[in-house]
Design a protein around this ligand. Structure first.
Ligand SMILES: [Zn+2]
Length: 459
């Protein structure tokens, strides 16, 4: 058991000060008292400064960490989502399971360092480079599980069903050969993978690549054969071309089509959902669906801006994801979520409320709370019986020094140096920023070797 004495702590609902926190051997909070007297503090209690809940990263493709910063040169079409995708496919063609583990370990350490405590990995790079299944078929997924263990971050593994190259069930292209599975192959794959995730202490869920790549009949078949409490994630309405193609093929917009043909509820996480009509937006909010916003990736790919204020006004739920890994900072992701809205509306402090007037606090807590159904594991509450999973801020760090207590989240999200995060504890396992930095440095030679092996061929 570990005991901590904490100057101040936000439990997901409110601030407490002078807290004594006991963590049991399984990483759960056993006792949490606030306003304790000096005489009640045990001599071996570890002193911590300011604790806040950690964040789940709702959307990640780990292998894309290898191309961050390598796709910023003008392409033959001048540069679009689709020419970026060509470059991404070139990496996807060549990466091996060994390289996947190395690159994902690097990524997951970086995510942990910035305050993410769980990653939802949207995993579609299933097969060998020639498109044949690995032996065992879960080889690539196991590399991701090992990477999460190496980094000590919690993992919700979301194996992806990917069957077609476009609306109207067009066959997969040669470039998509590593992704493809039929519904039957996918269900068999989940059955093989589920015990592996359970024994590694990870969670599992369902991912459907997009309505371009999966039919609604397939979705209903997968849902009928899998547990009713597994999270379900899908890319949707990211690009206007996707919306137009869907309308041309089915007469409906992507979210309209999904809501019309599939029972969509709280365990659904819609990734991007950038281009929504008012009716779609209201329906998603009503069904307590979570939208995973990835502001730096959406900006980097030129996707567009999500109608955030309308969605919030309808009570919509949202979280954030690092997606293409162009940015691995949770604070920066949240900051750009707000800044996108400020630039559109020419006003300030928009993603805040009368209950939570601090924009930084509102952003951070909204991205953390109510994520159990879409992650199968993130609690977001610091309370007895919950996992001891939290971020420690160094409120006396130089970049935070002028920040009054009620502005701590604002300081973190809008202004602080990354080093203001002093440590990150996940299920009772505490690592300081310096320890993670040392692990990243030790990992660097493996990373350099992986790059020398040329898995970014074609760049
Ligand atoms: Zn994605």
């Amino acid at each position: 058991m570990s005991t901590y004495f904490i100057s101040q702590l936000h439990d997901g609902q409110q601030w407490h000060s002078r807290c004594l926190l006991d963590v049991d051997a399984s990483g759960l909070i056993e006792r949490l008292h606030s306003q304790v007297d000096d005489s009640a503090i045990p001599g071996d209690a570890v002193p911590l400064q300011t604790l806040i809940p950690g964040l789940p990263n709702l959307h990640s493709h780990a292998f894309q960490r290898a191309m961050a910063g390598r796709a910023e040169q003008r392409a033959s079409d001048g540069g679009s989502f689709w020419s970026w995708r060509e470059q991404m496919y070139r990496i996807a063609h060549t990466i091996t399971p060994e390289q996947m583990e190395i690159i994902a370990t690097q990524l997951y350490l970086e995510l942990r360092q910035s305050g993410y405590t769980r990653v939802c990995e949207f995993h579609y790079l299933h097969h060998d480079r020639d498109g044949q299944p690995y032996e065992p078929v879960t080889t690539m997924a196991e590399a991701l599980i090992r990477a999460s263990t190496n980094a000590g971050i919690e993992l919700t593994l979301l194996p992806v069903l990917y069957s077609y190259s476009g609306f109207g069930q067009r066959p997969l292209t040669e470039e998509q050969r590593r992704f493809g599975m039929s519904t039957a192959e996918y269900l068999a794959y989940l059955e093989t993978l589920e015990p592996l995730t359970a024994s590694a202490g990870c969670q599992i869920g369902i991912a459907l690549h997009s309505l371009r790549a999966v039919s609604t009949a397939q979705i209903n078949e997968v849902l009928a054969h899998t547990p009713a409490d597994w999270p379900v994630h899908i890319h949707i309405s990211e690009q206007m071309q996707e919306v137009r193609d869907c309308q041309q093929s089915t007469g409906l917009r992507p979210v309209e089509l999904l809501l019309e043909e599939v029972e969509v509820c709280e365990r659904w996480c819609l990734v991007h959902a950038t281009h929504l009509s008012n009716t779609e937006l209201e329906a998603l909010a009503q069904r307590s669906v979570t939208v995973a916003l990835c502001p730096t990736t959406e900006a980097n790919l030129g996707d567009g801006l999500f109608p955030m204020l309308d969605f919030i006004n309808h009570g919509g739920r949202y979280g954030i994801g690092s997606d293409s890994q162009i940015c691995r900072s949770a604070s920066e992701e949240l900051r750009w979520l707000e800044y996108g809205q400020r630039l559109i509306h020419q006003r300030r402090c928009l993603i805040s409320s009368s209950e939570r007037p601090s924009t930084g606090e509102n952003l951070w807590l909204s991205a953390s709370l109510d994520k159990q159904a879409v992650t199968a594991g993130h609690s977001g509450r610091l309370d007895v019986g919950q996992p001891a999973t939290f971020v420690e801020l160094q409120s006396r760090h130089a970049s935070m020094i002028q920040t009054a207590d009620q502005h701590l989240f604002d300081g973190l999200v809008f202004s602080a140096d990354p080093a203001a995060i002093h440590s990150v504890t996940i299920a009772g396992q505490r690592q300081t920023r310096q320890q993670i930095e040392r692990q990243l440095n030790a990992h660097r030679s493996l990373l350099e070797k992986a790059f020398q092996q040329g898995y970014i061929a074609g760049q």
